[in-house]
Write a protein that binds this ligand. Sequence first.
Ligand code: ADP
Ligand code: ZN
Ligand code: ZN
Length: 665
Amino acid sequence: MPTIQVALDVPVPRLFDYDAPQATEQDVGRRVLVPFGTRLKTGVLWAIVTEPGCAPKQLRPIETLWHDVPALSPTDLALLKFCSLYYHYPLGPTVFHALPPGLRRTSGWKPPRRLTGSRVLPCQEEPPPLQLNAEQQQALQDILQTANRFSCHLLHGITGSGKTAVYLALIQAMLHHGKSVLVLVPEINLTPQLEQHFQQQFPQTTLLSLHSGLGEKERVLRWLSAQEGSAKVILGTRLAVFCPMPQLGLIVVDEEHDVSYKQQEGLRYCARDVAIMRAQQGQIPIVLGSATPSLETWLNAQRGRYQRHSLTQRAIPGSTLPRIQLIDTRHTAMEQSLSAPILQALRAQLSQGAQSLVFINRRGYAPILRCPQCGWSCPCTHCSTRMVVHLRADQLRCHHCGRSRPIPSHCPQCGSAQLVTLGDGTQKVEEQLQAHFPQARILRVDSDTLSSPAQWREARNAIQQRAVDILVGTQMLAKGHDFPQLTLVAALGGDSALYSTDFRAGERLFSQLMQVAGRAGRSTLSGDVLIQTEFPDHPLFAFLMRQDYAGFAQYELSQRRISGFPPFVHQAILRAHSNRLDVLEAFMAHAHAAALALSPKPPLTLFDPVSALMPRRAGDYRMQLLLQSTRRQSLQDFLSLWEQALPAPAQRRVHWVVDVDPVAL
Ligand code: ADP
Ligand code: ZN
Ligand code: ZN
């Protein structure tokens, strides 16, 4: 009588045993319907065991063993197991997170009548491939040399250097050998553009995109098409990293530095890191592409763990990098958010019928208190970070060590009474532009105005057909879009990042400004970039003006090393929330005591519980506890022991999760 272990979407770190007389080893990885309490639940048959955890009599029989779709392969299961262990997230919910929603239901999968999966365009000739330049050719060759084993490549190419052409050549080589390729992109809005471009290159190949914007059935169809091996190229956002692909020969992660690869709730995985693990398990190469790699990746390349390939020139002959100019807002006439030189440059662009982009950095950084007279900005006396304004509590708090002090009325350094809070607040820029340039065709691009791929497609067409004079946008516009007509970029509102408590804020600002500057002058028209700042002397700008990523990385890494921040340490944060503050505090005290009882020693450091950056959200109180170590394994070992001393993740009114390799405090 076989007993099976089933992974269920239940937040406890264990599997559930059932009786399944009909199950064989071939059924491992299939979905099953099982009784759970008084209801039925869908699970995944994880393993067949000979020794059940309880007496056979007590085992409940399964309801159904589904054969509607192929089973997950041992390779797929191994990747999920790794994710569960590495991210300290229960196995069942991990498995369910990976499945498309259409396969999580308690009813079996019924394919729709009309199949839409395939997109093969019949009888079309492959266009002649781009003639790669010397650097592209070198990168291609070096990467292909590792085609049959695991190796991690960093393709570091300035904006417009033609990284995509290298990906395409790699894909072509893989397809030629009967392999399939997974390409991850950070942003759902980038998929239609790329999908079209890739499909034109490989008209005979089934190429599918996979992202959360698809309907439930469509997403399952595409997933199955990849699993059967008929879709040879999958182009997807982070969730696609779990898509089964039996003949996978290569993974590409474009814009590898992008934070949207990190899932910020539930299973807090980073798709780039999972992709690296997947490549390692499958013994295949992986290519991480970026103009501004994450410092984690850069350090790995420096240490020789990743192979670095550089593209140092713009690929289109005659195209050059844009000129970058800083505007010191302390000594410039301002009209609300916009400085006179920017208004002037926009006016000149309009009179020439040229296209401009106004980029607004409006990331929700924590508010910082600052003295404009002497530059004081409230450093924590015990950490190399700044304290954060908590207006309601009338306190400044350090989110690293938990120290706090009352908000001062005068600057402790120079006595000035004009302390200001730095934060965002440039949402009115569109209106201001409209007031200045009533005739201009202005298009605002952010997640509020363009939520669907269709809206985005329309906007992109308008931009490309020059039906737009001034684009106003946030992060969304900074990523890999190609707008050949764009010749002026004006960037506003990045200053709060320079004085953020988040030690990664500088890295992000640099990368964003490099990316957005890279939108200008991508074809043979040359481009100009104007950056407005109150702190033109900040070292970040010196590197930016020279478009010197390597110099910036070296500077930033030396700062991180001194301060003991990642990538020189590895971090994990226990995040908990509850609608009752006393319950939450008791839980955190318990968790802290449990950690202390394990007597953490160097290289491991345990910090005190603190309230979260946003201490209350949606009515829930939120707290966190930071752990870090210079050695990844010691952190992992500690987490494994520690979580055994914690109650189940969603009990007694407290919800908690471990965030391994957090990207935000
Ligand atoms: P990146 O992704 O590195 O920013 P892209 O891959 O978008 O750059 O390439 C920028 C532009 O250069 C595209 O228009 C592309 O068609 C063109 N391009 C790429 N490689 C070459 C090449 N070898 N010769 C001519 N043009 C190229
Ligand atoms: Zn501190
Ligand atoms: Zn001062």
